[in-house]
Design a protein around this ligand. Structure first.
Ligand code: FMN
Ligand code: FE2
Ligand code: FE2
Length: 381
């Protein structure tokens, strides 16, 4: 089950209890915190796991390591979902040498108070574990933290990629025999929400790694990718270029149902025309799903009533979230109900234009109730 190759073992854990990852993102399918053992003459552990899993994780590592000691702990990424157990690992294997980037060193001191027996690697450095097992380190700054590096095991053409190519969703059965299709949506939601701002660094990392022969990616969340690795890289490539596919992400918020009626009428008209779409009520749903579809599709239709001369707050927050992620290359359409002085459509348009979005029309700001006569949608073809 945990054997990936003769020299690589999976020692990750599944989290089905956490409600919100980073206290922000719902986990309907859970999440895994992946960690790996690599066996040469010496043994290396790649990353650790979330604090809540100390006992289960350490038991797994010990079971796989058997009577071998663990010589190195490779720290690719310091976000606590992977680094929380660093101190516990050091307690179990006091001689373990931490191998990481210079930028991670103050983080390790700050989180764990550990300052000794740390080896700082430079770009391209190689750690020889013996028996032909070598680990080479490449920096991937801002994917999605500054200290991030990835680790390449040449003989097995394997990349330990930190959060890159990660996804929400637990891993069941053989970790390297999961179907990409089962994870596509959660991978998009993971990418768009957590990594979405860092399209340029992701592109830089993809370019840097394109010179390596990679047959297997072992990321820190979700399955190990082998057969369908091409699809996974293609999805990360598309998302990090901010390329949307044909379709409309409809988002809306509504207090009394008028803007909602317009949103639903738009959805129905797209359905009739055969234009792909998704529709998200930002008042009842966690906004991460809408962000995912804003990254997926090439068009965003946003509906917000006017609220104290502003954009209705949940929709304003959604737009802020797009701004925070520097989303680009989208078409945009705004609509919304008001009662005495409509402001929301104009304000949404202004913010969309600042993002460089192309306005499909000037939008539809309608007074009071919805009717198909009042609200004429532009052509979304
Ligand atoms: C707290 C509050 C503030 C509002 N502020 C404005 C406003 O500044 N300008 C305006 O024209 N309408 C304002 N409205 C009226 C709403 O925009 C109007 O009721 C609209 O039809 C609501 O759309 P909905 O049914 O989609 O929620 C406000 C309503 C509420 C409850
Ligand atoms: Fe992370
Ligand atoms: Fe992570």
């Amino acid at each position: 089950m945990n054997r990936i190759t003769e020299t690589i073992r999976y020692v990750g854990v599944n989290d089905t209890s956490k409600v919100l990852f980073e206290s922000l993102w719902p986990l309907p399918k859970g999440v895994s915190y992946n960690s790996y053992l690599v066996f040469g003459q010496k043994t290396a552990l790649v990353d650790t796991a979330d604090a809540a899993f100390a006992e289960e994780y350490l038991a797994k590592v010990k079971a796989e390591a058997g009577d071998r000691t663990i010589d190195y702990l490779i720290v690719n990424h310091m976000e606590p979902d992977h680094s929380a157990l660093l101190g516990r690992v050091r307690e179990e294997w006091p001689q373990i040498r931490i191998v990481t980037t210079a930028k991670a060193v103050p983080m390790i001191a700050g989180y764990h108070g550990l300052t000794d027996n740390i080896e700082i690697v430079k770009e391209g450095d190689v750690l020889d574990l013996g028996r032909g097992v070598t680990l080479q380190f490449f920096f991937a700054p801002m994917v999605h933290w500054p200290e991030v590096m990835v680790t390449y095991y040449a003989a097995e053409k394997t990349l330990f990629s930190a959060d890159a190519f990660g996804t929400f969703g637990v891993v069941e059965g053989k970790v390297n025999a999961c179907k990409f299709e089962d994870y596509r949506e959660e991978m998009t939601r993971y990418y768009a929400n957590i990594v979405g701002k860092f399209g340029a660094p992701v592109q830089a990392a993809l370019k840097k790694l394109s010179g390596l022969e990679i047959a297997r990616v072992c990321s820190t969340h979700g399955p190990v990718w082998e057969d369908e690795l091409g699809d996974v890289i293609a999805l990360y490539d598309k998302l990090s270029k901010y390329e949307g596919e044909r379709g409309v992400c409809i988002v809306y918020g509504s207090m009394y149902g008028n803007t909602e009626k317009a949103a639903k009428a738009l959805a129905a008209s797209l359905e009739r025309k055969g234009v792909p779409f998704a529709i998200h009520n930002l008042c009842t749903e966690n906004y991460s799903y809408a962000i995912a579809d804003a990254f997926k599709y090439d068009t965003i239709a946003a509906g917000a009533p006017t609220y104290n001369s502003e954009i209705f707050p949940p929709v304003a927050y959604f737009i802020s979230s797009l701004e925070a992620r520097c989303l680009k290359n989208r078409r945009f359409f705004a609509f919304g109900s008001y009662t005495w002085a409509g402001m929301s459509v104009r304000k949404m348009n202004e913010r969309a234009q600042k993002l460089g979005f192309e306005l499909i029309s000037e939008g539809v700001s309608f007074a009071q109730g919805y009717s198909p006569e009042k609200v004429i949608f532009p052509d979304f073809e």
